[in-house]
Design a protein around this ligand. Structure first.
Ligand code: ACO
Length: 413
């Protein structure tokens, strides 16, 4: 029989399972770097393509090398024809994140261009292919659901500018394209966050790039991780105006509700990405003249910073908080916020997959069993049902309300 573990880490907090050369986070100092380069410098000077090069090759590119990678990405933006049919057949109520997860998975069946390369090379080739295609999937799905024809990618535009172009069909404003590009750089990698960890778990089984990215997409979507950016915007929409912020905040404190866009497992100081995004959100708001959402965010953050509850717990705005007013000001639809995060983070997911492959060991932790032991199996007829049989409507019909109550477990934070 197992001896009880000394300390169960339910969230794997503080557990170090591997070495990495990708990103370094100092949670107490609020510092982040990719492969040794401070995030502030990268945000100020690097393109998304340059950042992807840095993560994939673990060094910055020379001019010709950056051109090579940019060309490689641009050449891979188009989707195989057959994928259009599948995209057309998605149900009306499909969310962009569901569509992205489904199409990313589908693409694996139609991407055979990398199969003849050696093991590591084929993973990089697939990483490039998928990184290039995610923006096309998101923009095309968004247009199709609005009864507009999808727009072909433009090879003369950068990764970020091309995405804005494919969404709107118009020449992107250079300042907006630059803001989105900086957002992509800021979100490209972040240590062993939940989606990256899940991608590495899949990679550790010798799973392929597509499987790892689909795993990561599913993990990113949750509101405690990448889904928080959408939730943060929903909070602002619910508040409605600057005058309502204080009353809304007081109500939330009374009910002890969790505020989305605040708190972080690793940062116990301000998230350095939030510092940069705050300034970007303010600049975009001032440039467009629509300062309402930024002003509301700033006031909400002010209240959080001044409140002992958050001070005692060292809770600050995280990356998702100022993402909300920034993407909103860039006219990105609310339910594209998480896909935007995914479009940025795929460089990090795939860089981690490559790193995992280079020094792999199956990731397989353990759980401490606390359930009953040595029960007699017996005959089914001897078991008492927990609920009476409901022949017309039972849980197989998919309605949780009709399932045995004992099987419904409410989610916990
Ligand atoms: N609002 C209110 N209280 C909070 C918040 C919040 N946003 N975040 C943490 N707390 C409180 C918890 O209730 C807990 O209080 P207690 O000590 O009285 O029980 C304490 O702070 C510690 O919180 P934990 O949940 O233990 O911290 P953990 O490291 O597990 O959580 C997390 C990190 C999940 C990000 C959390 O801060 C949270 O839920 N934030 C809101 C969701 C969000 O913005 N997620 C995005 C994170 S960034 C990213 O993934 C891209």
């Amino acid at each position: 029989m197992d001896t009880p573990p000394v300390d169960i880490k339910r969230g794997l907090e503080g557990v170090i399972f591997t070495e990495t050369r990708l990103s370094a986070i100092d949670g107490d100092a609020g510092k982040l770097s990719y492969c040794g380069y401070d995030i502030q410098d990268l945000a100020a000077g690097a393109s998304y393509e340059e950042t992807a090069f840095l993560l994939w090759y673990q060094r910055l590119p020379a001019t010709t090398e950056l051109q090579m990678l940019s060309d490689w990405l641009r050449a891979n933006r188009r989707l195989p024809k057959v994928v259009w049919g599948i995209m057309h057949s998605l149900p009306e109520q499909a969310t962009p994140m569901e569509a992205l997860r489904t199409i990313a998975s589908t693409l694996s069946m139609f991407d055979r261009s990398c199969v003849h390369e050696e093991i590591g090379g084929s993973s990089l080739c697939r990483s490039v292919s998928l990184t290039a295609k995610l923006p096309t999937v998101v923009a095309s799905f968004d247009r199709l659901r609005r009864d507009r024809p999808p727009i072909e990618p433009r090879p003369d535009l950068s990764h970020a500018a091309n995405l804005l172009y494919m969404l709107s069909g118009e020449e992107p404003n250079p300042a907006a394209a630059q803001a989105l590009e900086t957002y992509f750089v800021l979100l490209a990698d972040h240590g062993m966050n939940a989606s990256t960890f899940s991608a590495r778990v899949t990679a550790s089984t010798l799973g392929d790039v597509y499987s790892a990215v689909v795993t990561a997409l599913g993990t990113l979507k949750g509101p405690l991780h990448g889904g928080a950016s959408q939730k943060a915007m929903e909070q602002l929409l619910e508040i409605g105006s600057l005058e309502n912020v204080d009353a809304w905040f007081d109500r939330k404190m009374d009910t002890r509700d969790r505020l989305f866009g605040f708190g972080h497992r690793v940062y116990k100081a301000e998230d350095p990405r939030a510092t940069i995004l705050r300034k970007m959100a303010q600049d975009v708001a001032q440039r467009t003249g629509h300062t309402q959402w930024f002003d509301m965010s700033a006031r909400l953050e002010e209240r959080v910073r001044a409140h002992p509850y958050f001070q005692e717990r060292r809770i600050y705005a995280n990356v998702d908080f100022y993402t909300a007013p920034l993407l909103w000001a860039l006219d990105i639809p609310l339910d594209l916020f998480i896909p935007m995060f995914a479009i940025a983070r795929i460089a990090g997911w795939t860089a981690h997959l490559l790193e995992q492959q280079r020094n792999n060991r199956l990731i397989r932790p353990r759980a401490y069993y606390v359930g009953p032991r040595d029960l007699g199996f017996g005959d089914i007829t001897e078991r008492e049902p927990l609920v009476e049989a409901q022949p017309e409507a039972h849980c197989v019909a998919g309605r949780p309300a009709n399932c045995p109550a004992a099987l419904e477990v409410p989610p916990r934070f």
